[in-house]
Design a protein around this ligand. Sequence first.
Ligand code: PEP
Length: 252
Amino acid sequence: MSEQRHFFVGGNWKMNGTYASIDEILKFLNGDNLDPKTEIVVAPPSLYLSYVRGKLNKNISVAAQNAYKVEKGAFTGDISPTQIKDVGGDWVILGHSERRHVFKEPNELIGEKVGHALSAGLKLIPCIGEKLEEREANKTEEVCFCQMKAIAENVKDINDWKRIVIAYEPVWAIGTGKVATPQQAQEAHHSVRQWISKNVSPDVAKCVRIIYGGSVTAGNCRELAQQPDVDGFLVGGASLKSEFVDIINARK
Ligand code: PEP
């Protein structure tokens, strides 16, 4: 557990929420029992970003779940980092496993999105993680390092790493109820940090936050949060429920 890396919890609402259900989520997010030491970011569907920003306490930041690689133009259905900032979003999740595997976004495109979102001034949560067959074939590091390379190649200024939180999300753990063990998470986070130390800089590796995602719940978050290289969580399903508060408070 690092003192210099501020504990970070993100909530990815995916394609869930209507005004009525979002108002219920806002009730527990706007409550007064959130650990003030945790940095909190929630990612509603982009349609509701502005609404959520307007209603949410200012100690919680708002993220988009994706963004395209250019500022504007003929890209029907997509949104840009400039638009995210315009409606009050500070962060964007990029390369989430559902973008990679449902929407077939390749590493190269995710890298380009990283470069553009940084140049537009957003903070970023780029996601990496292996599929089950890749883990079983002992390819976890190979896959994660390749994904990291595509991201890191597009971070042109070393200071931009201060605006990046890496999410390690093994695909087999996302939305499946099959959480990585604390040891599996620690091992993967440690090797990603070592990769950053070798390929970016030892100082960046010490400071960059690497958060875990994949079936995190109130029941399993505390042990995961004690791992020295686990700096927080990206939470899907449980971020829609009041147990998200317990995850925010995992180190309280
Ligand atoms: C996610 O969507 O990033 C995620 C980790 O989902 P879940 O917590 O539902 O597994």
